[in-house]
Design a protein around this ligand. Structure first.
Ligand SMILES: *Cc1c(COP(=O)(O)O)cnc(C)c1O
Length: 223
């Protein structure tokens, strides 16, 4: 086994143990937690290793980088970055799941895709748009618009813990927002939250999809 494969195998195993422990600590079934390995900036060879290890959900932030990867590796591909509207058509060609929908314009554009997409609405937890996301007050209007589209399937909400706010506080707020949302949209009960630094906290507050990069693949060089 190559050194790199041994390293990824070990890291992945460790992350899965942490997922299991976090789920069990709040009496959740670890099987409810979907791991998306964030492969942005990492080479195809790493994704091939992850594929051999049984992983099949990969997350990317940049269209130019992700398109060629998705063309070579058959998997479920997730887009989770800030959306530039002139890239949406291209993102539609490779992304199966889009985590970062934040406004009407994006919904209308993704809705024109020739294929179906599963989407999350990104909610901002600090009232600012720094890390993307709609305000909680806008969510039902956006959800209604997604549900009007034949091409879009609304999985639920997504969030990133804001810089400078404790993840525990951020995800407690998110859990509350999500509870109201799922009450209104019971078919959209998934929750995408948690990255390398905070996925255990996110799981404790109900995350069903976690997006983990550096804990598995190592630190990224600046883009
Ligand atoms: C890069 C990124 C991740 C993964 O971050 P890590 O800290 O490497 O786990 C998750 N979500 C989003 C939105 C990202 O941009």
């Amino acid at each position: 086994m190559s050194d790199r494969k041994a390293e990824i195998t070990r890291n992945l195993q460790e992350v899965k143990e942490r997922i299991n422990a976090a789920a069990k600590s709040v009496n959740r079934d670890p099987a409810e937690i979907n791991l998306i390995v964030v492969t942005k900036t990492f080479p195809i060879s790493d994704i091939e290793i992850l594929r051999e290890l049984g992983e099949s959900n990969f997350g990317e932030n940049r269209d130019q980088e992700a398109g060629p990867k998705a063309e070579l590796i058959s998997a479920t591909w997730h887009f989770q970055g800030q959306i530039q509207s002139n890239k949406i058509k291209s993102i539609c060609q490779w992304a199966d799941v889009v985590h970062s929908i934040s406004n009407e314009k994006e919904i209308l554009k993704f809705g024109q895709s020739p294929r179906k997409h599963q989407v999350f609405l990104q909610v901002s937890l600090d009232g600012q748009e720094g890390r993307g996301g709609a305000s909680p007050a806008e969510l039902s209007q956006l959800a209604d618009l997604v549900n009007e589209s034949n091409n879009l399937d609304l999985l639920g909400l997504m969030a990133v813990a804001p810089l400078g706010i404790e993840p525990m506080k951020a995800f407690a707020d998110l859990a509350q927002i999500n509870q109201g949302f799922v009450g209104q949209y019971p078919n959209s009960k998934f929750l995408s939250a948690g990255m390398s630094g905070d996925f255990e906290t996110a799981i404790k507050y109900g995350a069903t999809h976690i997006r983990v990069g550096s804990s598995i693949l190592g630190s990224r060089s600046p883009h």
